[in-house]
Design a protein around this ligand. Structure first.
Ligand code: EPU
Length: 311
């Protein structure tokens, strides 16, 4: 493809979108802070919510064909987008990816369903296994990519299979034994894709037991994790044998501030946006923590949140 100027790349993509009748739904220069749990993030050239698989296939293949950088962002809950925003297109799965159906102990759901809503759904059907996810604000698709977990239970315990769409427009079903789940990650054997559907296998349970587990999890979260201010969950993964939160706490970083960003006084592995913090403020604190932990413990903390955008 010939090298296009900034303007012509945007124009050509928009023209292509028009051909497909998508020009009304596509948003230009959309501030991504509107779509992240951090309420932080600069603008992206194009923002689109595909409402169904046909729309997704079309827009995905056009973006790939035209070499437009693309990014799917789930609920934007484990994500820090830099202040200058992103080039290309950001997509979030729409209505057609938020349905749930049940067949016995199996739940089939769109990848855009949020964990609390599928957790509630399972409860109503007397199905156990999703109680751990009642507090986790991400989507099912995102939960699989990060192998979301809470108090000893993780999404990998209950996955049956997932369906993905590749940039070549192939739809592939991957069964659990072909997914390599690890602590906070999963290998799929495919590099570029979007998860579109998920099948979970749950256990029959009693309503009172399910609700009691959910209540315990809610209480744990209220007591041990910050609920005021915007955040993106844990900033760092736990290094083997250690708790990142405990290390950061012992390094005296709780309460550190930069602008409106603050290392949480409740749990040191959370950095809170207290209002209008910038991505730079958050990044400043992240680097400060990394430096302190490196110096004090000779431990390199691995970031759990994804950090993207123009530097
Ligand atoms: N601790 C401190 N100071 C702190 C925070 C924690 O001393 O500021 C101590 C706690 O007292 C406890 C230990 O560190 O003894 C572990 O803390 P916690 O039980 O809160 O668990 P965690 O390892 O910090 C992990 C997950 C959380 C998940 C909880 C509960 C990671 C990086 N984090 O936290 O996940 O909710 O367990 O299962 O694995 C997330 O991924 O966004 C997230 C919040």
């Amino acid at each position: 493809m010939p090298l296009l100027t900034e303007l012509s790349y945007k124009e050509s993509f928009f023209r292509e979108m028009k051909k497909s009748g998508f020009e009304k739904q596509i948003k230009l220069n959309e501030p991504l802070k509107n779509h992240t749990s951090y309420r932080i993030g600069g603008p992206v050239d194009f923002y689109y919510v595909p409402e169904n698989i046909d729309e997704l296939k079309r827009i995905f293949s056009v973006a790939v064909k035209m070499k437009i950088p693309y990014k799917f962002i789930g609920n934007g809950t484990n994500l820090l987008i830099r202040d200058k925003g992103l080039k290309g297109i950001v997509m979030q799965l729409g209505k057609g990816f938020k349905n749930i159906t049940q067949s016995g102990r199996i739940l089939k759901a769109g990848a855009g369903v949020s964990l609390p809503s599928i957790s509630q759904y399972a409860f109503k059907q007397n199905l156990s296994g999703l109680e751990f996810s009642i507090n986790i604000p991400g989507t099912l698709g995102g939960a699989i990519i990060n192998n979301a977990s809470f108090r000893g239970n993780s999404i990998s315990d209950i996955i049956r299979n997932i369906t993905i769409l590749t940039p070549e427009n192939r739809i592939i079903k991957i069964t659990k034994n072909n997914l390599k789940f690890r602590y906070r990650s999963c290998e799929f054997g495919v590099e570029k894709f979007i998860i579109t559907k998920v099948e979970l296998e749950l256990a029959h349970g009693k309503k009172e037991n399910i609700i009691s587990k959910m209540e315990k999890n809610k209480k744990f979260r209220l007591n041990k994790q910050p609920v005021n201010g915007y955040n993106a969950g844990s900033i760092f993964k736990n290094p083997a044998g250690f708790s990142a939160g405990a290390l950061i706490d012992k390094a005296g970083a709780k309460g550190l501030r930069k602008g409106n960003a603050e290392v949480s006084n409740v749990h040191a592995n959370f950095i809170i946006n207290r209002g209008n913090a910038s991505a730079n403020d958050i990044l400043h604190l992240i680097r400060e923590i990394e430096k302190r932990i490196e110096e004090k413990y000779r431990i390199h903390l691995e970031r759990e949140i994804e950090i993207i955008g123009i530097e």
